[in-house]
Design a protein around this ligand. Sequence first.
Ligand SMILES: *Cc1c(COP(=O)(O)O)cnc(C)c1O
Length: 397
Amino acid sequence: MPGFELFGELERKEVNDVLDNGVLMRYGFDGMRNGHWKSKELEAALQESFKTKHVQLVSSGTAAVSVALASAGVGAGDEVIMPAFTFVASFEAIMMLGAIPVLVDIDDTLAVDPKAVEAAITSKTKAVMVVQMCGSMGDMDTIQTICDTHNLLLVEDACQAIGGTYHGKPLGSIGDLGCFSFDFVKTITCGEGGAVITNNEAYYTNADHYSDHGHDHVGNDRGAETHPFLGYNFRISELHAAVGLAQVKRLPEFLAIQKKNYTIIREALSQIPEVSFRTVPEGGEESYAFLNFFLPDLEITRKVSEAFKQNGVDVCFHYYDNNWHYIRKWDHLTNLKSLFPISSEVKKGLEYLKTKEFTQSDHYIARNISCLIKLSWSEEEVKERANKMVHVIKSFI
Ligand SMILES: *Cc1c(COP(=O)(O)O)cnc(C)c1O
């Protein structure tokens, strides 16, 4: 999902536009900026891309998750249900609000299992946060129904799923709030940046104020502003937004290349009966940012993963053994290590992590290999890679 691969003239032009004009901040300086509003322009472009009423740009994807939850009133002591296969950022963003992340199992979609979500609901549960890992999704209809039944917020961490859809809706636009990241390794990049999207006017207004010290942004040149409530600073800068503005224009091109490269590799691996692929729910379409497949058991998966590396098949990951995306390797979270004191309520709320087994998630993650799909590969390179992968896998089964 690498926006950083195809990067050049367009981005340079947008950034120079900001530098020539001299206003690096997204708010105020109305007179000085001579009509340059890169952040606003990017928000408008994302509104279109994600088919949503409102977009609030922020400084990162992690900030987006925190701002989204805060905007909907999630805070101290509230429980937020999320998957065990995720990125640490989703966990951190909940902790930052004094809320409690409740991790549950995933299923063969590699997204949260609706049955596990339902089983984890308590009187303290406020929200369900799905994480659309590696460009795809779980059974969103069932999760939505569970949220409706129990009156819970549905929040989507769609940071890895820019361009994926479910029944025609962009991932991120299905729940009450959606979160995106535009860090350097995401499908489109701002360098650093993120966005909260929602169709809910009140949540949007809250996100707008909360992410800029509680300022209500009323009046020309911020002249008549007040602070309706406490906020913090999660602003994006005009320089970052300028990069994103160039990138978002190229998103359809990026997605088409991803799909083409993904399809070549998938077709090659499909010849091997022992290889299966992550389930994509009916009505869903992946963003094709990653190709995820399962091998018969952990031992074979370890061998294949190692042999990929030896044979120059890079950017394929076995998350069971590396420490990027799975609770198994996050000792700093299971045995909570914090620089500063954490409230006793949150500490107590996290005790389950010391003993909880994620057997069902292990079953999938242990056998999963996740290959990043790059944009810069030539067709020849993709075919050669696919052949090597088939060869390696066949040698172990
Ligand atoms: C990248 C990512 C984030 C955080 O984004 P940053 O912009 O790096 O803060 C959150 N969740 C997931 C699933 C991600 O992949």
